[in-house]
Design a binder for this molecule. Structure first.
Ligand code: LLP
Length: 446
């Protein structure tokens, strides 16, 4: 796929010809008619291809040292997607009871499940241990005790990893950067907290320390931050070997690989970063005279992000005079911050196209907003769209697969949109639209 072109934002089976957006040959107008709006449309082949490309890339780059691609469920999961993951044979990273439940409902082998979270409840730990997950990633000293107690209770030796904070300022938005020192996640290497955790673990023979993990942040481009993390984590593994005389067999470098959201952005492909990460692993291991560990990764956004677009219908259009007499067109769609919280939360940038017709009207400065009762309910802060955009037009926003539906809310009692998977010219609902009954179902009447 070519770099730096708008094609990066759309999944491989989406195309825009003569103003008509199609997915696997189905025109957007047909999709809207059949499934309503707003709806997330998921290109199933693209999802499978991206997931497989990471595992195949890891296998061919690392050979016998290739670990597992643990798809980060938080980016988007539902039972059907969990079934695809089971079918493809990659692993999954879950961080709550709910994510674990969906992974299991989809038939994912517990031996392909890694459990994360900085505050796993005792019940979550108990369930993870009882179903036999491969590893639980330790995030605090309390948790070490709790997992040890669960392992005792179920009479098993539980595989664990240590989440380390390598002290890296990844160049991304502050709220999605996770591996600098002042964060809630993991054990800091620099402060000595990580070593205290290692010593604490040594008291529990029912816990098997398999290796170390880090996740340095999200929407990261280039391999540099992962290379630095690799170097620091392998340095720590060497210290462990020096102290305990055995080598830790696994290294998990987390996710964070960026994708294109707007024109000119790139999407990281596995081949763009795996060779550099492999070189960093080999170099650090050689330097410390360590065996090369099994290397795993946890991409979420990079797999699912580019595989979905959201289709909205325009409800109202309003010209608002802003500074200097300039006009900004406010285009209101039938969703908003309840299906895309990322613009409000992270100043994320998106683009959009009119999906069912061509327009030769001049472009106009436009803001795409939702239907919620608040000013910050913005999907696209600034975009040039045809000035004849009108109620009834369909507007499609690409690259909404990651942290879109998964972070959706019922704000203003708006039902959350469905997810429709499209494959071989056929579309089917894999998460249905919420309805009025769903919205009322939790309320207890007086
Ligand atoms: N592994 C761990 C332990 C994580 O915490 C995360 C994301 C991932 C893997 C996957 O990261 P990814 O490859 O998707 O970047 N809601 C934010 C992103 C928060 C990510 C949290 N952790 C957003 O919409 O940008």
């Amino acid at each position: 796929m070519s770099k730096n072109s708008s094609i990066n934002m759309w999944s491989k089976n989406a195309s825009l010809n003569g103003g008509t957006l199609t997915l696997c040959g189905i025109p957007a107008a047909q999709l809207a008619k059949d499934f309503g709006t707003p709806t997330f449309f998921l290109d199933e082949d693209a999802y499978r291809a991206r997931a497989l490309a990471w595992q195949n890339g890891l296998n061919s780059q690392f050979g016998t040292h290739a670990g597992t691609i643990y798809y980060a469920a938080k980016s988007f999961i539902c039972t059907a997607v969990a079934q695809w993951i089971a079918d493809i044979g990659i692993g999954i990273d879950v961080c709550t009871w709910g994510e674990l439940a969906v992974a299991l409902a989809g038939g994912i082998n517990p031996k392909k499940i890694e459990v994360h979270g900085n505050n796993k409840s005792v019940a979550e730990i108990d369930r993870a241990v009882s179903v036999g997950v491969k590893t639980i990633v330790m995030d605090s000293l309390f948790e070490i005790e709790r997992v040890a107690a669960a392992a005792n209770k179920h009479g098993v030796r539980q595989g664990v990893m240590l989440r380390l904070t390598p002290g890296i300022e990844a160049h991304t938005h502050e709220k999605i950067s996770t591996a600098h020192e002042d964060v809630k996640f993991g054990f800091s290497i620099a402060s000595g907290a990580a070593w205290v955790a290692v010593e604490a673990l040594a008291n529990y023979p029912q816990l098997e320390l398999r290796g170390v993990h880090c996740h340095i942040g999200s929407q990261i481009f280039g391999a540099e931050a992962h290379e630095i993390a690799t170097d620091r984590l392998i340095g720590f593994m060497a210290k462990y070997r020096d102290q305990y005389g055995t080598e830790l067999p696994e290294l998990d470098l987390g996710g964070g690989f960026g994708i294109a959201y707007i024109d000119g952005d790139d999407t990281v492909e596995p081949a763009d970063v795996l060779p550099q990460i492999h070189t960093a692993v080999k170099k650090a291991c050689a330097q410390h005279n360590l065996e090369i560990p099994m290397v795993s990764l946890e991409p979420g956004r990079n797999i699912v992000g580019p595989t979905m677009f959201t289709l909205y219908e325009v409800g109202t259009v309003k010209d608002v005079v802003i500074d200097g007499g300039k006009v900004r067109k406010y285009v209101s769609v039938d969703g908003g911050m309840s299906d895309n919280a990322r613009t409000a939360l992270y100043d994320a940038e998106y683009t959009a196209v009119i999906a069912q017709r061509a327009s030769s009207a001049p472009l106009a400065l436009t803001r795409v907003v939702g239907k919620h009762c608040e000013t910050g309910d913005i999907i696209i802060k600034e975009i040039q769209l045809p000035s004849d955009i009108a109620p009834g037009d369909l507007l499609a926003t690409p690259a909404t697969g990651a942290y879109g539906r998964s972070m959706a809310s019922n704000y203003n009692h708006v039902p959350r949109p469905p997810v429709v998977a499209v494959k071989d010219g056929k579309a089917r609902v894999i998460v249905r639209r919420e309805n009025e009954a769903d919205l009322l179902s939790l309320d207890v009447k007086e």
